[in-house]
Design a protein around this ligand. Structure first.
Ligand code: SF4
Length: 282
């Protein structure tokens, strides 16, 4: 099996997550990756199911904990292309602490946040990215909270690659995911991925009206952190594309671990080095 092999999936017809899966498969195929070269870690939620649909190594783990697992996988075997994925609730609510600390460490992994602005799996409650006033099953009078800006939070934490795509714009999304995987460091890709069953506000039509290509703006400067932060936080349309990118040493490079994967090591001879690593994270 390769990434072109069809897989059964159990999302609702029309769910934005299909577009993310398709773009991810295309990006990996274009990069010439084989399933045994990729490890995919996902959190809990509708989007978390994606790790079971790819034919790669996969770990569908604990709610909000995809990033520490993915970081550990990369430290153990830097030969693998490591991708983590989950929803806005998984990444920006229960997983928010891990999000900030994974980003600042800059492991060479890609994190895809499938943002549908609701908790789809549990029937449409307001999520961290739901707009103020969003009407949900448990907030019929409207969400009283302000939404979180996940990409701005990532940038403030020191992210080295920040991008946003839309699941209904596959060509751009494939390019973004390719660039994220090729980036040496922690890449955050937020994908607007509509929940057609529960979120009746942020629909495909709503996004088409509210998005713009960041690269078409005169003030688009993806190498400048302040300009990127302005782009992410200004009033107006939602910017799509690569918003920020810089080169910085990765976690693997800074830990000075042997480059050969743990599975191929003489553990007896390397015991001292791994004991030092465990001590570092104790
Ligand atoms: Fe997708 Fe929403 Fe259905 Fe979940 S409930 S599979 S997010 S459309």
């Amino acid at each position: 099996k390769d990434f072109a092999t069809a897989t059964p999936s159990w999302w609702c017809p029309g769910c934005g997550d299909y577009g993310v899966l398709s773009a991810l498969k295309s990006a990996l195929a274009e990069l010439g990756k084989q399933p045994h070269e990729v490890a995919f870690v996902s959190g809990i939620g509708c989007s978390g199911k994606i790790s079971g649909y790819l034919h790669s190594y996969a770990f569908h783990g604990v709610h909000g904990r995809a990033l520490p697992v993915a970081t550990a996988v990369k430290l153990a075997n830097r030969d693998l292309t490591v991708i983590a994925a989950g929803g806005d609730g998984d990444g920006y609510a229960i997983g928010a602490g891990h999000f900030v600390h994974a980003v600042r460490r800059n492991p060479d992994i890609t994190y895809i946040v499938m943002d549908n602005q609701t908790y789809g799996l549990t029937k449409g409650q307001a999520s961290p990215t739901s707009a103020t006033g969003y009407v949900a099953s448990v907030s019929p009078e409207g969400n009283p909270d302000n939404p979180i800006n996940g990409l701005a939070l990532g940038l403030a934490a020191g992210a080295t690659f920040v991008a946003r795509g839309f699941s209904a714009q596959p060509k751009q999304l494939v390019q973004i995911i390719r660039a994220a995987i090729e980036h040496r460091g922690c890449s955050i890709v937020e994908v607007m991925s509509p929940c057609v069953t529960y979120n009746k506000i942020n629909t495909y039509a709503w996004f088409k009206e509210h998005i713009e290509d960041a690269a078409l703006r005169d003030d688009h400067r993806p190498s400048e952190r302040t300009a990127a932060f302005d782009a992410l936080t200004r009033e107006g349309k939602i910017p799509l594309g690569i918003i920020y990118q810089e080169e910085r040493p990765t976690l693997e490079e800074r830990t000075h671990l042997p480059q050969v994967p743990i599975a191929k090591h003489d553990l007896h001879g390397d015991r001292g080095r791994y004991a030092a690593l465990l001590e570092h994270y104790r």
